[in-house]
Ligand binder design. Sequence first.
Ligand code: MLT
Ligand code: MN
Ligand code: ZN
Length: 302
Amino acid sequence: MQIHVMGSGAGGGFPQWNCNCTNCRGYRQQTLQTPARTQSSIAISDNGVDWVLINASPDIRQQLASFPAMQPARQLRDTAIKSIVLVDAQLDHTTGLLLLREGEKLNVYCTVAVQEDLTNGFPVLPLLQHYCGVNIQTISPQNVFSVSGAENLQFEAIALSGKAPPYSPHRQQPQLGDNIALMITDLRNQKSLFYAPGIATITPEVKVYLSRADCILIDGTFWTENEMSEAGVGHKAAKEMGHLPQSGEEGMLVKLKEFDQARRILIHINNTNPILDSNSDAYETLTQNGIEVAFDGMEITL
Ligand code: MLT
Ligand code: MN
Ligand code: ZN
């Protein structure tokens, strides 16, 4: 399978439009040598022609424009996006649906909890019925499913303990399926990708999937639990937002140590995260642990 990182940044992207934190300022002043990052999305293909979009980023227009395979130009109006899979109903993963309204009916795969949020809290699904229309395929957590346009790939949804988005009517009453991870296996060579841009806890069940994966693309949002408040840009802690920070004794780096059979790559990186700076101690620690940092346009073949 081919994996293309459409957007490796967290909500807000990097640099964030209104932010002057060390990283965002460093980028603008060209003292920080790292590429800009658009908001969270990847695309997967089993043939290099038809693609499954996983999450629809608000930056999708720019992401499609910079990835020629997505505009194959076989007919007057054309796209390579066969289906869209959503891992949650967060705005950075769903507002891009609005930008696809000019096309054919969208095939959207999501859980019932996500469908409810996208019908009530952020009613993008009913809204799109007035434009392209949406064909919803329900994902049941803990089940294997197939996705139209990638018949050689097996998808599996793993329910994560996390929160629904701030706008969600059930924000304070977590539901099964608010957040999922995906295990995607190519049935031709049995190679698999574990993908979780937002994960707060590495449970024993998640470990089973991580131990089987050939590539792990996982939550790289924050280096520390209180990064937002330490940077002076917010008050929410990582856990409160459903993210496991990388540093610390119980952090992502320690958790990932035992899964060195896999290529391990951090994705969904917040603009405050010191790993964006390749001269930082944090980045040095990552490299010592054999962990990579995703960037927009990164290509992975499994
Ligand atoms: C998150 O995953 O917590 C988001 O990036 C928040 C957002 O979309 O603003
Ligand atoms: Mn996010
Ligand atoms: Zn910033």
